[in-house]
Design a protein around this ligand. Structure first.
Ligand SMILES: [Zn+2]
Length: 184
């Protein structure tokens, strides 16, 4: 059971490039049978419940205190509904340098795509760890992933599952784990 009927209208798995052929075949099969959403919900039954930028800031700040105490302080952490999640940038991290008096002051901001508002705690942890690691490591290189797995030992599995969810969103447009209460 490793082949996918070529006639199926399956979009290319753009968020999963770089994973093995066997894995991709399994995912394609779940997608073809419309079982990916159920698979994700079964694995992660509920969302994390963090609804505001203030609560998000505290959450990320706590993670930072636990694992990256010495790193530069964070000025802002926010959900961003305009942020389009693309394959290689799950969130954004910016350092705005500005001159204050005669000093160059760095302002560190982390923006997290609002799709992570409706997500299980593990997915929020993954994206927070990812963006925190960028405080120290700019590139997605070995040192970067080492830092990610230091903060979340199952980081790679979590990133894979977040990519599965991105795939689900791309295909169906339906958010899982949407909050029971309406927002706005
Ligand atoms: Zn990154």
């Amino acid at each position: 059971m490793t082949s996918v009927a070529p006639t199926q209208d399956v979009k290319p798995l753009k968020y999963l490039q770089g994973y093995g052929a066997d894995t991709l075949a399994q995912v394609a099969q779940l997608v073809a049978g419309q079982g990916l959403g159920d698979w994700l919900l079964k694995r992660y039954p509920s969302g994390h419940g963090i609804r505001t930028d203030k609560a998000l800031f505290e959450y990320v700040q706590d993670l930072k205190q636990e694992h990256l105490r010495g790193a530069e302080p964070l000025n802002k952490v926010a959900f961003d509904s305009k942020l389009q999640v693309v394959a290689h940038a799950l969130g954004t991290h910016t350092t705005i340098s500005r001159v204050q008096g005669n000093k160059l002051k760095a302002k560190r901001e982390i923006r997290i795509a609002s799709m992570f508002k409706d997500a299980p705690p593990e997915f929020l942890q993954m994206i927070a760890v990812h963006e925190l690691a960028h405080i120290k490591e700019r590139e997605h290189d070995k040192a970067f992933y080492k830092l990610c797995t230091y903060m979340a030992p199952n980081y790679h599995q979590l990133e894979f599952e977040v990519r599965l969810y991105l795939t689900h969103l791309d295909i169906t447009g339906t958010r899982l784990w949407a909050a029971a209460v309406t927002e706005n």
